[in-house]
Design a binder for this molecule. Structure first.
Ligand SMILES: Cc1cc2nc3c(=O)[nH]c(=O)nc-3n(C[C@H](O)[C@H](O)[C@H](O)COP(=O)(O)OP(=O)(O)OC[C@H]3O[C@@H](n4cnc5c(N)ncnc54)[C@H](O)[C@@H]3O)c2cc1C
Length: 518
């Protein structure tokens, strides 16, 4: 094993931390990964009880190309580690009043569905997808696969501001929101509500998020929606297996209480909750970026600089009901949205007033449709997620949950026809914003790191290379490029790539059978 002082440390074994550890190890760095919980994968956890198996956190897996790139770093193929099943239609949408609309990957098929559902909407949808594709391309060229912390990291205003770049800036519709952009293209309020919902992937209000996030729609239609057989839990399991093969020293059950700095303020190691000091050349923190600065850095100056740089607003939180049922519902697809009557009122409650929405949108996963083994024969391991505000001081979820559970079950009965749901529950467990806060050490219970609010600069997150602490890199939903499975995987890759290119830690020769970087 390499001398301890030459190692790179990763704090946190969420998807971002695992992606960083695998990429660094594939590039020849000796790596130790410290995870406070006794499982790896962070929010991508599993709950197996009474014959039911639930993914506890993420269920919708998109843009598998990011995972492929991480495996390719090590000369490996994702398909040798994971069985990814495509899902199409990608979602089913239930609206109050009984209307149902499926989201298809194929734009032509979707346009046909829209002409049936809301005559006249198809042309606007085509034009919206064109814009979304352009915005996706802009993100690929300017935001993705490199450490970005603000506008200056994206556009070189002095030297290379070409006419094409100007066109890209105009296409980004800076100053406009997702909600407003969607409605310029698609006036039908139900279709607009469906397209709004891509912004929920980053836990932010479409009425406050910059239009560039309309690119998420094309990322999904082009890259597909996939179910990893075994559940989304199979993704961190595959990464942990790869990390083990590459020699990563994986230490679940080891929390870090301090990043140790030298007299110049550069990283020299970490201190575990048990008091062990581990010398390291550099650290990737997969802990929430704000809490990394507030809680792990003993020197006050970098933290003050970080906190002054911008306002850090947590993304939304959520309540999850895990319901083991003795029946399945034929009207459901694998992924479903049961929509509120008024999205603006719903988003206003969650994101402005900081209260659970009285008429919420429920996301419902019915995975037994794709993998019957998740439930006893004929049953369903139903997963219901409702977005809620991030934790406020007056939120007491022990008190609030029973009442909100009733609101959720009523919503599913009224809008998705699941009228006998309550009586079909054979197993039940819950996850509240307080549980999310405590289990994953996030900011105020946020599911998706930092909110993307701000018409101009809302898409920016803290850069992966921490400008205030030499040797510290950030990965995860509260760092660039943001939350959601593909983005945090990319975040881990960027943190590792930046660290590797900076040359702050010595790399050995690449491990045997490890291929070239694509
Ligand atoms: C209910 C729910 C539903 C979701 N649905 C989806 C979805 O359908 N699709 C999608 O793409 N995304 C979804 N997400 C979001 C997605 O799960 C996250 O964006 C992603 O998993 C976050 O990964 P991460 O690496 O940033 O952090 P995390 O998963 O939060 O991992 C961070 C890890 O760091 C550890 N840690 C923190 N501090 C320390 C410390 N000091 N020492 C050691 N370890 C520490 C924590 O224990 C944790 O394991 C969902 C999330 C939730 C909770």
């Amino acid at each position: 094993m390499a001398a301890s002082a030459d190692r790179v440390g990763v704090i946190g074994g969420g998807l971002g931390g695992l992606a960083a550890a695998c990429t660094l190890a594939a590039r020849g760095h000796p790596v130790t990964l410290f995870e406070a919980n006794d499982w790896l994968g962070g929010k991508a956890a599993v709950l197996s009880e009474a014959g039911y198996r639930f993914d506890m956190g993420p269920t919708i897996f998109t843009v598998p190309a990011v995972l492929e790139r991480i495996f390719a770093e090590a000369g490996r193929r994702v398909e040798d580690y994971l069985d990814l099943v495509p899902l199409d239609p990608q979602w089913r949408c239930f609206y109050p009043g009984g209307a149902v609309l499926d989201l298809h990957a194929d734009a032509g098929r979707m346009a046909g569905e829209l002409d049936r559902f809301a005559p006249g909407s198809a042309a606007g949808y085509w034009r919206f997808l064109d814009l979304s594709e352009r915005l996706h391309g802009i993100s690929d060229r300017f935001f993705f696969w490199r450490s970005v912390g603000g506008l200056r990291d994206v556009f070189d205003l002095k030297n290379s501001f070409s006419a094409k770049t100007l066109g890209d800036v105009l296409a980004m519709r800076m100053g406009k929101t997702v909600g407003r952009t969607v409605r310029e293209f698609v006036p039908d309020r139900r279709v607009a509500q469906m397209l709004d919902h891509f912004t929920q992937y980053v836990g932010s209000s479409p009425d406050a998020s910059p239009a560039v996030l309309c690119g998420i729609a094309h990322m999904q239609t082009a890259g597909g929606v996939w179910y990893p057989r075994g559940g989304t839990r199979a993704v961190p399991e595959a990464l942990a297996k790869l990390g083990g093969e590459l020699g990563v020293d994986l230490r679940p059950g080891t929390g870090i209480r301090r990043i140790v700095l030298d007299g110049r303020g550069a990283v020299t190691g970490v201190e575990t909750d048990g008091g062990e000091r581990v010398p390291l050349r550099a650290v990737v923190s997969n802990m929430d970026s704000v809490r990394t600065h507030r809680e792990l850095l003993s020197d006050g100056r970098p933290t003050r600089r970080f906190l002054r740089r911008r306002k850090y607003e947590p993304a939304c939180s959520g309540v999850v009901l895990y319901l083991g049922l003795d029946r399945a519902y034929d009207q459901l697809l694998h992924h479903n949205f049961v929509f509120s009557a008024d999205p603006h009122a719903e988003f206003d409650a969650i994101y402005n007033r900081g209260e659970p929405a009285p008429d919420p949108t429920c996301y419902v996963a019915a995975p037994a449709r794709t993998e019957p083994a998740v439930a006893p024969p004929g049953g369903e391991a139903l997963y219901v997620l409702v977005h809620t505000p991030y934790l406020r001081s007056h939120h007491d979820w022990k008190r609030m949950l029973p009442e909100y559970r009733t609101v959720i079950l009523k919503k599913l009965a009224d809008t998705a026809g699941m009228t006998d749901l309550e009586g079909r529950i054979r197993f039940e467990a819950h996850l509240t914003p307080q549980d999310i806060h405590d289990r994953y050490r996030v900011l105020d219970g946020a599911i998706y790191g930092l909110a993307s609010h701000g018409r101009w600069l809302g898409a920016f997150k803290p850069a992966n290379r921490c400008p205030d602490v030499p040797g510290l890199y950030l990965a995860g939903g509260a760092a660039h490029p943001g939350p959601g499975m593909p983005m945090v995987l990319m975040s881990g890759w960027i943190a590792a790539d930046t660290l590797d290119r900076d040359g702050v830690a010595p790399a050995r020769e690449r491990p045997a059978a490890v291929g070239a970087v694509p």
